[in-house]
Design a protein around this ligand. Structure first.
Ligand code: TYD
Length: 138
């Protein structure tokens, strides 16, 4: 099993500058475990709302709190683990096969997601019982 089969909090490059700091991710960087095929972001999430509620068959994702703060709750079929994202220079890597919910959004938060696939509804598992069946068979 390679280390990218597990979720991981990745440190992204940081360029310190008195004018304001800068962080970047680029194709081919050694610590990014996939080629970036798509970027999307959620914003204007109302207080108390929850996002996510699905897993992916093959899609790999890196989540970054480019602004604000929120929790990412990951479930592998046995255990839940919660990660708080609140630094624009940290990325949470999520391999396929993890159910995720996002909650506790601070006002003004932006969740940027880099993914390894173009959008396809076929790659989603949105039914929790189906997810449990799939994870039991792994
Ligand atoms: P959804 O996956 O439910 O959002 P969340 O990240 O909270 O789980 O996506 C919401 C809607 O947006 C759904 O109709 C699918 C659509 N969508 C796209 O068209 N393209 C995309 O890249 C994504 C991520 C979602």
């Amino acid at each position: 099993m390679d280390r990218y089969d597990k979720p991981a909090m990745l440190d992204l490059p940081r360029i310190y500058d008195p004018r304001g700091n800068l962080t970047f991710i680029q194709h081919g960087d050694s610590n990014l475990p996939f080629d970036i095929e798509r970027v999307y972001w959620t914003h204007d999430v109302p207080a108390g709302e929850e996002r996510g509620g699905h897993s992916h068959h093959v899609g790999r994702e890196l989540l970054v709190a480019t602004s604000g703060s929120f929790n990412v709750n990951l479930f592998d079929g046995r255990n839940w683990q919660t990660y708080t994202l609140n630094r624009p220079y940290k990325g949470l890597y999520i391999p396929p096969g993890y159910w995720r919910t996002l909650d506790n959004f601070a006002s003004g938060s932006v969740c940027m997601v880099l993914t390894s696939t173009r959008y396809s509804e076929d790659d989603y598992v949105r039914d929790f019982d189906e997810f449990m069946k799939i994870s039991a068979g792994r």
